[in-house]
Design a binder for this molecule. Structure first.
Ligand SMILES: C[S@@+](CC[C@H](N)C(=O)[O-])C[C@H]1O[C@@H](n2cnc3c(N)ncnc32)[C@H](O)[C@@H]1O
Length: 356
């Protein structure tokens, strides 16, 4: 399905009418808090709060209400696109009663969620723990995880940092830190238990179309070029979608499986599920774009770094084009899940890279 074009609908839904999507998902017990997007002036000083360096690593996205709303829209989008499944959250066939799950770069939420910034949540299920930490720093969790999950971490790490993260997910770790070795101590373990799973979902920043409806000289077309170019200069590429499978394999994981998606942007598709997904994704973009590109373009924009005002005008033009019903835009996305082999498992038994 992911290779086929998404059929275009004849009806034009109003882009901002998210209430029907929100109502439907709220009735399924999924909390939806998508408020009037585009209304954030970005003039408050807190806008730049997210750009502060943490452990010398500047993260390129702001940590503010608008960005958290963007994450929420992204979360809903992934649920809609897998809504036919009993479990739209992840695909890894983990054990029936998992004990520990780690969500790296959680943004907000599940099980043990780790992020550079505290999320704005007032209530959490009792089985969730949120920690403010830098995933690039040494990991000190003692429990081996049944699943390590990452979603939309694009632009968070350089290539060597990604390799470090996957290696850390896979490898045996020691918390002895030079202390006297004691055979009965539980300070040695792997972060993922053998047979446990790693899963990652990433999307491309490039806006695509299957029917040529977006002209080459459109602003939408320039987005992928401008943001990828700036990200490359910053040392943190935006191509996790294309590199993650190989990096996961290189770290030693087996039974690698992939599902490719097209995330429509806008309510243009004919099929109800895609129309719903496109409506949510349009909001995801409308609320996210300024935060996604402000740091990148003001630091690394071409040919010289852009001013804040130039970025704002650019984003305003992007918003205008995103609302154009005749543009049938989508972005590619991919989900990869893979298993950590058991110590005595032979390579011959492994089934490699199944694609859906
Ligand atoms: C684009 S958001 C995605 C959030 C969430 N995974 C989702 O799908 O909604 C990326 C998140 O990764 C976090 N992040 C980036 N670098 C990190 C690091 N070194 N350690 C922990 N979290 C990090 C950011 O703070 C941000 O919340």
């Amino acid at each position: 399905m992911a290779d086929q074009p998404i059929a275009v609908g004849n009806d034009i839904h109003r882009l901002f009418d998210l209430s029907w999507v929100a109502r439907k998902w709220s009735s399924r017990g999924i909390h939806v808090r998508i408020c009037k997007l585009n209304s954030h002036p970005h003039s408050s000083p807190s806008f730049f709060v997210g750009f502060r360096p943490l452990s010398k690593n500047a993260y390129s996205l702001p940590s503010d209400d608008q960005m958290f709303e963007t994450y929420e829209a992204g979360h809903l989008l992934t649920l809609v696109l897998d809504s036919e499944r009993d479990n739209p959250l992840f695909r890894s066939p983990i054990v029936k009663n998992p004990k520990h799950i780690l969500d790296l770069g959680t943004g907000k939420a599940t099980v043990r969620g780790v992020d550079l910034f505290p999320p704005p949540v007032s209530w959490m299920p009792p089985n969730c723990v949120l920690e403010v930490d830098d995933a690039l720093q040494p990991w000190t969790w003692r429990e081996p995880f049944d699943l390590i999950y990452m979603r939309i971490m694009i632009g968070s790490f350089s290539d060597p940092e990604w390799d470090r993260i996957y290696k850390r997910c896979y490898e045996w770790v020691s918390l002895y830190h030079g202390r006297h070795l004691d055979a009965n101590s539980n300070l040695d373990h792997s972060n993922l238990r053998p047979g446990a799973w790693i899963e990652q979902v990433e999307a491309s920043p490039v806006i695509s179309t299957d029917d040529g409806s977006i002209p080459e000289d459109s602003i939408l077309h320039s987005w992928g070029i401008n943001t990828r170019d700036a990200a490359k200069k910053s040392g943190r590429d935006l191509d996790a979608i294309d590199k993650m499978t190989d990096s996961i394999r290189k770290a030693g994981f087996v039974d690698i499986q992939e599902k490719n998606y097209k995330w429509p942007i806008g309510p243009w598709p004919r099929d109800k599920k895609y129309k719903e997904a496109g409506t949510v994704n349009a909001q995801h973009w409308l609320s996210g774009m300024e935060g996604w590109c402000m740091w990148l373009l003001t630091k690394f924009g071409s040919p010289v770094p852009w001013t804040k005002e130039e970025v704002q005008v650019y984003v305003a033009n992007m918003r205008k084009e995103l609302r154009t019903p005749r543009y049938h835009a989508y972005q590619r996305a991919r989900r990869v899940w893979a298993r950590k082999p058991f110590p005595n498992e032979t390579v011959g038994k492994r089934e490699e890279n199944k694609k859906e």
